[in-house]
Design a protein. Structure first.
Length: 256
């Protein structure tokens, strides 16, 4: 089903490229900028992430290739796992190429669920982020609605029953478990506190049950014009669906 939907609705810029092709990552930035509704959605995500940090904070973004968060956080250190346009550091989330306590924070959008070993990332983040610093991220979330979408219509695995916070390493985007953020921060919240005592969960804010779907995301054509963004977001908030049927969550951790 996911393959059929993708074939019918795929955005023409990325239709013929493999998901792990570095050109796909760079073209996705063009997709985001060209779709008014999606551009406003990312602007909301980036604004909420940027609000976590004081002006002048030294912040690293993981998985920067398809985004424009540096427009919201001046001096942002952009990074990817492969060389890409606009990226200042090639590094891996499980072995960050920076010195101890070099950062005030780490940010990422749709990245954690692509990290094969989440525990390795949390330990590396604790090494490079100063006490009092933060990790801020936007990630897929598990609800009855999102589970239906992710498991039936999305190409990435969404496995809620994994025993550990790992999955087999693959390509930078093809290797994934979309359920991992929920597994770590909700299902295994007590275990997270035990395994990662350097980190405290400050907040988890579920969001966007329908907005991202209407945008078409980075892979599909948009289903709505840009002017519809504000009404759609108002509907999501006022209906109560944002808390019960969210597809994403904004997650903030503080370095103890």
């Amino acid at each position: 089903m996911a393959g059929l939907v993708h074939g019918l609705l795929a955005h023409p810029l990325t239709r013929h490229l493999g998901i792990d092709d570095p050109r796909t990552t760079e073209l996705r930035l063009r997709v985001i900028r060209s779709k008014a509704f999606l551009r406003r959605l990312y602007g909301e995500w980036y604004g909420s992430i940027a609000a976590t940090f004081a002006p002048g904070a030294r912040v690293l973004e993981l998985g920067s290739g398809a985004g424009f968060l540096k427009e919201y956080i001046p001096g942002l250190i952009t990074s990817e796992v492969f060389p890409a346009a606009g990226v200042s550091l090639v590094t891996d989330a499980q072995a960050i190429a920076l010195a101890d306590a070099a950062l005030d924070g780490i940010v990422m959008t749709d990245v954690l669920h692509h990290v094969p070993d989440c525990l390795a990332f949390f330990r590396e983040a604790a090494r490079v982020v100063k006490p009092g610093g933060s990790v801020a991220m936007i990630e897929p979330w598990n609800t009855s609605w999102s589970r239906l979408v992710y498991q039936r219509l999305h190409h990435e695995p969404f496995d809620l029953d994994v025993r550990e916070w790992t999955f087999p390493a693959g390509g930078p985007l093809s290797g994934a478990n979309g359920a991992m953020p929920w597994v770590v921060f909700e299902r295994d919240r007590r275990l997270f506190a035990e395994r990662c005592p350097e980190w405290r969960i400050v907040g988890i804010r579920p969001m966007m049950p329908i907005a991202y779907l209407l945008s078409g995301g980075v892979s599909f054509r948009s289903f709505v014009p840009g002017w519809a963004y504000a009404p759609v977001r108002c509907l999501e908030r006022w209906s109560g669906l944002e808390t019960t049927q969210a597809m994403f969550a904004a997650i903030i951790l503080t370095r103890v």
